[in-house]
Design a protein around this ligand. Structure first.
Ligand SMILES: [Cu+2]
Length: 239
């Protein structure tokens, strides 16, 4: 108990500046350049207030740069959200491994992906990974050279969307607003969708509460194996 608490404190001290950014998207066999069609910040810090409008597509204190690009995505295929410590980092510098927690992905259908701020209703969760067999989903991404593989549902409508990829680090989450949430929004145009389903949508901010069991948790003093509850709404799947 005492040792793990010390390790936890050391982990949060030593990883204070080793955050992460969703910097690149791969789709249809092409990996686009850093910040291409993604609203990236120059600083890699987290959002920690789950009621902030900047929970949607990041923003102050990590101001983001707009992009006038849109990436084509075929429904029913996988895209690759690529995470790096900074905009300049390589595949061996994804995020400090002391950052452990879930990964998630959301879509929001929009009229103009280049300009829609993403704030408010319209979001549905298309991917979630938490803690299983002793491994956090963030470790899976780090060990996969920063690649978060996201399946795009085949049954959704065609058109422009914001793709919000997210990683949450829980090393400081034993106190309220201690979880570090990392997210960026990619601007995509989906084709090949059947449009057979209309996903139930949710608001960002609004999907998380500071006291959610998946955001307010002492991961170092919770006995393994434990059941980690991934935050946010139920994941959408095609019928
Ligand atoms: Cu960090």
């Amino acid at each position: 108990m005492q040792i793990s608490r010390t390790l936890a404190v050391l982990a949060s001290l030593s990883t204070g500046s080793a955050h992460t950014i969703f910097v690149q998207l791969g789709s249809g066999g092409t990996t686009y350049g850093v910040s291409y069609a993604i609203r990236t910040p120059s600083y890699d810090g987290p959002q920690t207030d789950v009621t902030s409008r900047n929970l949607a597509c990041n923003g102050p204190p990590n101001p983001t740069t707009p992009s006038d690009k849109i990436i084509q995505v075929t429904a029913g295929t996988n895209v690759s959200a690529i995470w790096r410590h900074t905009l300049e980092s390589g595949p061996n510098d994804v995020m400090d491994p002391g950052h452990k927690g879930p990964i998630l992905a959301y879509l929001k259908k929009v009229t103009d992906a280049k300009t829609d701020p993403g704030v408010g209703d319209g979001w549905f969760k298309i991917q979630e990974g938490g803690y299983s067999n002793g491994v956090w989903a963030t470790d899976t991404v780090i060990n996969n050279r920063g690649i978060q593989t996201i399946p795009i549902p085949e049954c959704i409508a065609n058109g422009q969307y914001l793709l919000r990829a997210e990683m949450i680090a829980l090393h400081g989450a034993r106190s309220v607003n201690g979880a570090q949430l990392y997210m960026e929004c990619a601007q995509i145009n989906i084709t090949g969708g059947t449009g057979a389903a209309s996903p139930k949508t949710y608001s960002i901010p609004g999907i998380y509460k500071a006291t959610d069991p998946g955001l307010l948790i002492d991961i170092y003093n919770t006995k393994a194996p434990f059941h980690y509850v991934i935050p946010g709404p139920p994941m959408f799947t095609c019928p």
